[in-house]
Design a protein around this ligand. Sequence first.
Ligand code: Z5A
Length: 225
Amino acid sequence: MTGKLIVLEGVEGAGKTTQLKQLHQWLEDLPQVQHLRHLGEMADIVITREPGGTNLGQALRTLLLDGSASHQVNDRAELLMYAADRAQHVDEVMRPVLARGGWVLCDRFVDSTVAYQGYGRGLDLSLIERLNRIATNGLTSDLTLWLRLDAEVGLDRSQKRGPLDRMETADAQFHQRVQQGFEALADAHPRRIAVVDAAQPVDQVAQQIQALVLDRLTLWYGHRL
Ligand code: Z5A
């Protein structure tokens, strides 16, 4: 029995954190999930995030996002720090959950590196692909939900919530390129990446996500439901 990896992606303020919590609760209450557990076909559901899903990752996250720090982070160093966070996260958190038949709900994964360090910073996309493979040791998501929202709207939401971090304070063109990166990824991987309209109110976004996950649940577990 292996579990499933569901990833939420999108620009800052797209609502990933909000939706992950809602999705987690909805899944825990879902009769189909309770039935699968009863059959021994599904274990626990774990929420995690990148960067910062492990102790090492939390330290890297502080270094990556703290805009007030005295250190500089150049683009290649940034890429390698996200990769280091992921390598640790995959082995320490994700693979053990998946191996016992659990589900991992993850806030950001490899597509963020393609969008931010590839499209945003302009680093070589084939290099990023290779590095992502090294960091994940071949782990890929079973479903990625791209919460599509204009970068400006997302930044505006983040700004209203509190001070922006080092990544968020990058210029508007950077965030536009990131958005183009997510668009290109969704076009290139239509089976893995499902598009969610994140400009809707929270509950409507949650309903879109639930419909997509329910479809996959049926596909993955079929006659056992
Ligand atoms: N990064 C990278 O460069 N490379 C990588 O490989 C990886 C990451 C993995 C992570 O920071 C940064 O690292 C991120 C990408 C980069 N930086 N940027 N820029 P993070 O995890 O702190 O940042 P984030 O992922 O962008 O989180 P966020 O700002 O918290 O956004 P969110 O999780 O998508 O949104 P939220 O917290 O659920 O909601 C934000 C606000 O909007 C909040 O006040 C909500 O109440 C509100 N909200 C949520 N949904 C709605 C709707 N539907 N309508 C209205 N308001 C809403």
